[in-house]
Design a protein. Structure first.
Length: 608
């Protein structure tokens, strides 16, 4: 009984605590409610990748060719890439084999918590309640059974079944195709559809769990490519309006679809025939929703981030010199990592990095350190102030190496060898008298063959040594410059580690991945970069580098996709056993023994 009472008291106390917390949440207004909501909310799911598949079939071989399907696919692929989705280019004019390979391979690459978009522009038909996407090599006469057409076209039901097995966070399927057949003759040049006796337009579909299916038209309706023969817009009616709404910040997928339906329907009702007379057309886009949670093509910007609070983009040069920018730099680096598509966060990070470079240049004691800012920002905001500071600094004095003093070495005297006695062939003439010497001419008194007198040239001049300019503290080769490069590569999805200024193998692979994705030629070592190289990196937007590989391939250490090598199964063969001849038992040939068996043992009985 005592245990029951204790359990009851504990249960009652727990409920009192819960009731007290709930009372606080609803009694003190919005701030307390926000805190309570955060406390009781489940933890957010981990972030996945953003993948996209875009197909545009226009140039059909045996049925009606379309007008804007290829342009729609190209525009959609470009827009999705701007939104951070991993997509290289759209697939255009796919055959039966190619469309199966593209869709199945893409769905296989989807992983848990990924966000995927599948877009198709082209012909589509429905047969016996099953929808099919038609390849460009489909025959002029469609098969009459689902089994037969299933071999020639891709089934939307099969797509939903494959997606059902994935645990993606969200899958958006967009089908811009007609949903009725046959076509009306007066609209045949303006719509997407396939005349057939047995096939009809696309029917409704059961969306896979976690998916959102968008049709460009309702059941039994036609999707318009153009509003008139003079319509110059390169995109179809549905896609052109969808592309505009995808750029709307904070527009959730349901709100986007509601506005898209109204816009397309109103425009279709204003259709005119070739003579300019009103010819209203019914086109009401439809959706099938099985999505859990919210989805945005352009997510809403957070109210205020710590980056926006700490950064000072409009501060004057004097304020920047004395400001503490370390906290702003860290906050903006985190904001760019969390909101890589938010251009405002990227701009604040770049402004803060430039302000830090100006701080170092303004406090530099040498010209070389101050010039680091001009190397990284040749047209920067603080260029004039840095140039004035450089002019105020004393020129850099580089000590010239002095030549070693020349010490004269003593010259050993050469031995004096007396000249040989001359052989006299003529009589010796006595020297003239002083009076006679005075009367002689200079030519008569000069001694022939006197050696010329060479003046002393002195020691040789040392070679000139040119001064070496000191390395810039923020220029190429510095830790600050390398860190800025790593930050930009991480923003573009090429570098996964935290920027720290240490340039290793991961940084070189990031540069290689960036070069291959953008067809650039950046050097692997940032010490060989220029300020223009860093500026070009900052001008790029979106997740440029490949984050995933197609089915059947994997990402190598060098950042490239390579086929997965599957080793052939090894067949192990058991070697044939060799039976050795059994050796005779020990003592079998013992003389005088008669061997008998007793209780499983062999005994020797002496026969003697």
């Amino acid at each position: 009984m005592r245990r029951v009472l204790m359990s009851y008291r504990r249960f009652t106390n727990a409920w009192r605590v819960v009731a007290f917390v709930l009372t606080l949440c609803f009694a003190f207004g919005a701030p307390t409610q926000a805190i309570c909501q955060t406390a009781f909310d489940p933890p957010p799911a981990p972030k996945g990748r953003k993948l996209a598949l875009v197909i545009g079939n226009q140039d059909y071989a045996n049925i009606t060719k379309l007008v804007t399907a290829a342009a729609d696919a190209k525009a959609m692929a470009k827009k999705l890439k701007e939104k951070g989705y991993a997509i290289e280019k759209p697939f255009l004019d796919l055959t039966r084999f190619e469309i199966f390979q593209a869709i199945e391979g893409f769905i296989k690459s989807i992983q848990e918590n990924d966000e995927a978009v599948i877009y198709y522009a082209g012909h589509g038909v429905e047969l016996s309640g099953t929808n099919f996407l038609l390849p460009v090599d489909i025959g002029a006469e469609l098969p009459d059974t689902v089994k037969e057409i299933g071999r020639e076209a891709f089934s939307l039901s099969d797509m939903m079944e494959l997606l059902q097995r994935k645990q993606a966070r969200a899958v958006i399927v967009i089908i811009d195709a007609c949903r009725n057949n046959p076509l009306r003759p007066q609209l045949a040049a303006l719509v997407r559809g396939v005349p057939s006796a047995s096939a009809q337009g696309l029917a409704s579909v059961t969306a896979a769990q976690g998916s959102y299916v968008m049709y460009s038209a309702g059941i039994g309706e036609q999707a318009l490519d153009r509003l008139s023969q003079n319509d110059k817009d390169p995109n179809g009616l549905y896609t052109r309006n969808l592309l505009k709404l995808m750029d709307r910040e904070g527009l959730e997928i349901d709100d986007l679809n509601e506005e898209l339906v109204q816009t397309v329907r109103t425009a279709a009702l204003s259709l005119k025939d070739k003579d300019g007379n009103p010819a209203p057309h019914n086109q009401r886009p439809a959706t099938y929703d099985s999505l859990s949670g919210k989805f945005y093509f352009t997510p809403p910007k957070p109210a205020v981030t710590s980056c926006e609070m700490l950064a000072k983009p409009d501060a004057s040069p004097e304020v920047v010199k004395n400001a503490s920018l370390g906290g702003a730099l860290g906050a903006c680096e985190r904001a760019v990592s969390d909101f890589s598509l938010d251009r405002r966060m990227v701009e604040l990070l770049q402004i803060t990095q430039e302000q830090l470079a100006f701080q170092k240049a303004a406090s530099a004691k040498s010209v070389g350190d101050a010039q680091g800012y001009l190397v990284s920002y040749p047209t920067g905001r603080f260029k004039r102030e840095v140039e004035a500071h450089i002019a105020s600094l004393a020129p850099v004095t580089v000590l010239q190496p002095q030549p070693a003093p020349v010490v004269p070495q003593p010259i050993a005297p050469s031995p004096v060898v007396p000249p040989p006695a001359p052989v006299l062939t003529q009589p010796i003439v006595p020297p003239p008298a002083p009076a006679q010497v005075a009367s002689l001419t200079p030519s008569e008194t000069s001694v022939p063959n006197d050696p010329p007198v060479i003046p002393d040239a002195g020691p040789a001049e040392p070679p000139e040594v040119k001064p070496v300019a000191p390395a810039a503290a923020d220029g190429p080769g510095s830790v600050t410059f390398a860190r800025a490069a790593q930050t930009e590569l991480r923003r573009l999805g090429c570098f996964a580690s935290k920027p720290d200024g240490r340039w290793g193998a991961a940084s070189r692979r990031a540069v290689d991945s960036y070069n291959r994705t953008t067809s650039s030629s950046l050097k692997a070592d940032p010490a060989q970069w220029t300020g223009d190289d860093l500026a070009a990196l900052r001008a790029k937007t979106g997740q440029l580098c490949r984050q995933s590989c197609p089915a059947g391939e994997k990402l190598t250490a060098a950042g490239a996709c390579a086929p997965v090598q599957v080793d052939a199964p090894r067949i192990r063969t058991k070697p044939a056993t060799q039976r050795a001849e059994r050796a005779p038992a020990r003592g079998a040939n013992k003389p005088g023994c008669t061997w008998i068996e007793f209780e499983g043992r062999r005994l020797c009985q002496n026969s003697n």
